[in-house]
Write a protein that binds this ligand. Sequence first.
Ligand code: ATP
Length: 392
Amino acid sequence: MKGSSRCRPGQQTFMEQVRECRDKGYLLSSKKIGSGAFSKVYLAYATQERMRHNPKLSSDLQGKRHAMVAIKIVSMAEAPVEFSQKFLPREISSLNATYKHLNVVQLYETYQNSQRSYLVLELAARGDLLEYINTVSELRGRPGLEEVEARRLFWQLVSAVAHCHSAGIVHRDLKCENILLDDRGLLKLTDFGFANHSGCKNALLSTFCGSVAYTAPEILMSRKYSGQQADLWSLGVILYAMVTGKLPFKERQPHRMLHRMRRGPTFRPGLSPECQDLIHSLLQLCPHARLDLQQVATHPWMLPATHTLFHNVLGGVTPEKTMDSKFPAARELGMDLGPSGPLLQLQRPQRPATRPTSVFGVPKLSEAHLRRGTASAELELCGSHFETADLQ
Ligand SMILES: Nc1ncnc2c1ncn2[C@@H]1O[C@H](COP(=O)(O)OP(=O)(O)OP(=O)(O)O)[C@@H](O)[C@H]1O
């Protein structure tokens, strides 16, 4: 056809994707809502026909009263074999295992051909927690969220992580960028590419993965670790980031990072002692000394939110109910919750640009670099993403 031969390669690929989605019952829009190393995420609409045939999709979208989904398209041509054979299947099986929870992004279905894999996901249209913290910080003129707002979000996160752990999944990459918000202000945990099925609660892992700023010290020290306890450390880092707008430990050198971890976090004046205590109790160097999720849920700082949790998780959420509670702090500030605002204290890590090293300086080609296509990258110790070869 004359028309299609005039298309540029990118347009042609997009048109192929539109057709492939339409064949599966989704109308792909040209609105790109995100991109990963080997993937692009687009806004799409489920057709009535598709909803009739997919109970997961119809039950979820009926509650939301819209037909929008996020379709993540992974290019098999661009992705290394390891990504398509290891990380992508891991992400899909973890999302299937964690279905169904209000605070975990839902995977409705997948389809693929030799060129591409498609993941049809629940849409979380309000960006990630990092953007949210920075936007609110800027509007408040002070870094961090109000404690009441942090508590509301942290409750949802704890609930999501508890759900994953009870399904035998450890996330291993909990960080603000992997926590999305939907248009009802609900938190949605995502990015299970590093997740691990730990059938046994006490199974020890040895794969070095995650983002350094959020990574537990036992992993930085290359020790065998419990995935659950490592996730608890990351929760402590995320809570600190929520209430202070900063990362608790930010060092380029691993030994300095560990030194900072040993000294413990410092807090801004005015942060409640209960909140400080909860963060301290999660950021314990000794993994066994960390609170477990049950203890987190009953910690005095968390208690004011108990009612909200029971209301949202156990009482069911309707759009009417949740619209009222959407970003209360942000609303009071009269903020527009649309596209993300500028970054303040919390900064998104840059993709590594030179040769990778292990945290102890030994050059190493990490799986994360393979996963992200940055094989010639240097591990950047302030929030960078990494995974070394499995030591087992
Ligand atoms: N369900 C979703 N709803 C809305 N936006 C999403 C959704 N899933 C992903 N996104 C957006 O797309 C971006 C890329 O998503 P993707 O899952 O490919 O990231 P990723 O795998 O973490 O990428 P990488 O780790 O390579 O950076 C996310 O950062 C987010 O902004």
